[in-house]
Design a protein around this ligand. Structure first.
Ligand code: NAD
Ligand code: DAU
Length: 340
């Protein structure tokens, strides 16, 4: 039996992970601490509702008292997903990114130290390494060269995790994963944005020349890697997790439109994201060698399943694509028009 505190478990990857854990380990106990920001949605957790091994706590990871009280209940593992996660939003306003991603991580680390948690798993990102122009891939030893306020906040959190390992001996593992896709992804991110706009026959905004490259991984493969790391990861280590599947944004959008039988004429080239990283690519031989993990879901297969999921869950994304979402888009595009 393992007692796990998952933070940010009502978001995209966190909710997939909570469901994954309780499916794979029916005897584990999972508590989900989530603030329920615009990105958190309890509907994502329908599969575990009523499961006696699942508990939900609404709260903020920057709340020291709450975190202390919760961790005082005795957890073996903390998995920290809670974050502001969208690069474009961090360009509009970086303050919530610093508060949650940096201060929040510090509060969790301190609570984990006080209450002697056996493993603190920090879910980080390949964006901390910055941008790759030429061929080559980021290894776990590559320098941290973040370019967006989001990436900088995640890099700062990684540094704090490293410091808690070296200074206090807190058993910390950092994972750095590439771009995830799959069910329950908030439609501000490229893949669900393309699918849902195409379903509504709306324009598909492609930033700049569309030739920026991302490495895509299905969220289920990411969850499987994190589960393995909980069981076999070595404290103090960093593990890259990637799909080994590089595509330009334009290739990816063409592929989704082809799956959906929608015309390429929906594509509209729009002003580029300021500081837009050109390419991410990860060297993943460490996790393959040490833990025997490899991505299992091919992009074409994963995209077809994801398109099907958004077709079958129209009410989910139609609800999320309203209110705050609409205001955010208006603010983002008016700022970009103003600076362009
Ligand atoms: P998301 O935006 O979908 O979900 C974030 C969740 O965190 C939401 O449920 C939100 O309510 C919660 N949250 C935000 N602030 C909080 C706070 N102060 N206290 C408690 N809960 C809070 O994010 P995601 O895409 O699922 O990403 C999850 C994690 O994985 C993030 O740390 C992100 O940096 C990392 N990551 C994401 C990707 C990706 O492609 N999406 C890739 C690599 C790493
Ligand atoms: O690499 C991991 C990261 O992947 C995570 O750490 C982040 O949390 C996650 O949001 C994601 O960041 P990206 O910035 O790469 O993802 P996004 O979906 O925002 O954009 C993917 C690419 O598509 C990027 O090059 C920008 C481009 N894009 C994005 C949007 C939203 C467009 O061309 N048009 C769009 O409308």
């Amino acid at each position: 039996m393992m007692k796990i505190l998952v933070t940010g478990g009502a978001g995209f990857i966190g909710s997939n992970f909570v469901c994954y854990l309780l499916r794979e380990h029916p005897d584990w106990e999972v508590t989900n601490l989530d603030k329920l920001t615009y990105a958190g949605n309890l509907e994502n957790l329908g599969d575990v509702e009523g499961n006696p091994g699942y508990h939900f706590v609404k709260g903020d990871i920057t709340d020291r008292e709450l975190v202390d009280k919760l961790l005082g209940q005795g957890f073996d593992v903390v998995v920290n997903f809670a974050a502001e996660s969208h690069v474009d939003r961090s360009i509009l306003d970086s303050s919530p990114f610093i508060r949650t991603n940096v201060q929040g991580t510090q509060v969790l680390l301190e609570g984990a130290r006080q209450h002697k948690v056996k493993l603190f798993l920090q879910v980080s990102t390949d964006e901390v390494y910055g941008s790759l122009g030429a061929p080559g891939k980021f290894t776990e030893e590559s320098p941290l060269l973040p370019n967006s306020p989001y990436a900088a906040s995640k890099a700062a959190a990684d540094c704090l995790c490293r410091a808690y390992y070296h200074t206090y001996g807190l058993p910390v593992v950092i994972t750095r994963c590439s771009n995830n896709y799959g069910p329950f992804q908030f439609p501000e991110k490229l893949i669900p944005l393309v699918i849902t706009n195409a379903l509504e026959s709306k324009e598909i905004p492609v930033y700049g020349d569309g030739l920026n490259v991302r490495d895509w991984i299905h969220v289920e493969d990411h969850c499987r890697a994190l589960d393995l790391i909980i069981q076999q990861g070595k404290p103090g280590e960093i593990y890259n997790i990637g799909g080994n599947c590089e595509e330009t944004n334009l290739q990816l959008v063409h592929c989704i439109l082809a799956i959906m039988g929608k015309p390429r004429s929906l594509i509209t080239f729009v002003a580029d994201r300021p500081g837009h990283d050109r390419r991410y690519a990860l060297e993943t031989s460490k996790i393959e060698r040490e833990l025997g993990w490899r991505p299992a879901i091919l992009l074409g297969e994963g995209l077809r399943g994801t398109v099907q999921w958004y077709i079958q869950n129209q009410s989910w994304w139609q609800r999320v694509k309203s209110g705050e979402y609409v205001e955010y888009y208006e603010r983002m595009y008016s700022q970009r028009a103003g600076s362009g």
